[in-house]
Design a protein around this ligand. Structure first.
Ligand code: FE2
Ligand code: FE2
Length: 419
């Protein structure tokens, strides 16, 4: 009797072991399948403006596995799913990339062309049976009709923790913004993990509102000189693979200096990290040949530094005389981790609002802050430290309305330019 019970107990034990091993094996298989689906899924999807925003848009994304048949599918939007009968397929250009932590990844991009102005489109990216969601965007009008855009200064640090809410509050404040403008130092270093935080913080906003961006010093490569690390003139290669930006600027500054005309505004985007003097030659040509009503210049290093102990002659000396001469309306910058909005300035002096002149802005969206620089306080209409901000700029027929908001959505600063 005892032996029989013992045998049955052994059999029960063996069967439990078999079931346990089977379950373990199935769970490993499931994990492998989930991982492989995840690493095959398109991520870091972003829309960028091209130099022809009423007829084109650029789309960029990446996967952790290689898919040579990656493509974009797009169609004009419809109220139901019938747009799927009119889908156009565009094969993606692939760029292989090695991340800072030694992972091989695959970036894809394509420019959608021959679009209709002021029209809603849907697109998705992917391959085989693995696709992103359908995302909707609107092309620019080919007429100078009013629009608004978002301007966001340095996110840079603790992006997931602290910048996510700033990007999202910006979207809540202006969900119909036509474009997002970032003025550099998106990430404090170009590690894959920080890029991941940046794209997670932007989420679907980056997939539905096109961005134009300029790199800051922190998107340039660190090199060791005399035993010390310093920022080189080399734009980190992670910049060009993550974004597809216009290439109509100086040759040396592919996708970091360029211009875009959007419904009566010429946006001149510069890489202020090096050779600004050389870029100024190109800037003058772009300003000479400009029939837009408004001109906005955007770059990283400010004309009037707001950060304690700083004074950026590197941008002021070559660029400010051109801004005066050609009547640039607004200059948007970052870098100083503080806020400063000037009065109207011409020739380095404050002028009446009705005179020809330029307004200079430094802003910051992330949590890193510097003490305020008193050097240019007499030129400033509003300054602040220790406040994370975003800006909504309304371009209207004869007026440009600027509003800066705190991270918690309160109006912080406002002014108007009229023409
Ligand atoms: Fe910065
Ligand atoms: Fe910076």
């Amino acid at each position: 009797m005892f032996c029989k019970w013992k045998t049955s107990q052994n059999q029960y034990g063996n069967s439990m072991k078999r079931n346990f091993l089977l379950l373990f094996f199935l769970s490993v298989l499931l994990q492998i399948n989930i991982y492989s689906q995840q690493s095959a899924a398109p991520e870091r999807i972003i829309l960028n403006l091209t130099e022809n925003p009423s007829r084109e848009i650029a789309v960029t994304w990446r996967t952790e596995q290689q898919f040579t048949n990656s493509e974009i599918q797009f169609a004009q939007s419809t109220s139901w799913i019938e747009f799927k009968n009119n889908v156009i397929k565009v094969p993606a250009i692939e760029e292989n990339f090695m991340t800072d932590d030694g992972k091989a990844v695959y970036h894809y991009s394509a420019i959608l062309k021959n679009l209709q102005p002021k029209t809603n489109y849907l697109y998705r990216v992917g391959h085989d049976s693995i696709w992103s969601e359908w995302n909707q965007f609107t092309t620019a009008s080919n007429e100078n009709i009013p629009f608004k855009f978002l301007f966001i200064g340095d996110p840079q640090n603790d992006i997931k923790e602290h910048c996510s809410r700033v990007f999202r509050q910006a979207y809540k404040t202006a969900p119909d913004a036509a474009l997002l403008l970032f003025t550099g130092d998106l990430v404090t270093n170009t590690s894959d993990i920080l890029w991941s935080e940046f794209f997670d913080a932007g989420g679907f906003i980056f997939r539905t509102i096109p961005s134009i961006l300029t790199p800051g010093n922190h998107e340039h490569k660190l090199v060791k000189v005399d035993g010390k690390f310093q920022r080189s003139k080399i734009l980190d290669p992670s910049w060009n693979v993550h974004f597809t930006l216009p290439e109509n600027g100086p040759k040396e500054f592919k996708e970091s200096s360029y211009y875009v005309d959007y419904q009566g505004v010429r946006f001149i985007i510069l890489n202020s990290h090096y050779n600004v003097k050389e870029q100024a030659v190109w800037v003058e040509k772009v300003l000479q040949n400009n029939s837009n009503k408004w001109t906005v210049a955007a770059f990283h290093v400010p004309i009037y530094s707001m950060g304690s102990g700083r004074d950026s002659k590197v941008t002021r000396e070559p660029l400010m005389p051109l801004f005066d001469k050609y009547g640039v309306d607004l200059v948007l910058t970052g870098h100083d981790h503080a806020y400063g909005r000037s009065k109207k300035i011409y020739g380095g002096k404050v002028v009446p609002d009705s005179s020809k002149g330029t307004v200079y802005v430094v802003s910051v969206s992330g949590p890193k802050m510097y003490a305020l620089n008193p050097l240019y306080k007499d030129l400033m209409a509003k300054t602040a430290a220790n406040v994370s901000l975003f800006q909504v700029i309304y371009v209207e027929k004869n007026q440009l309305k600027y509003q800066s908001f705190t991270a918690d959505g309160n109006l912080f600063d406002t002014f108007f330019l009229t023409k």
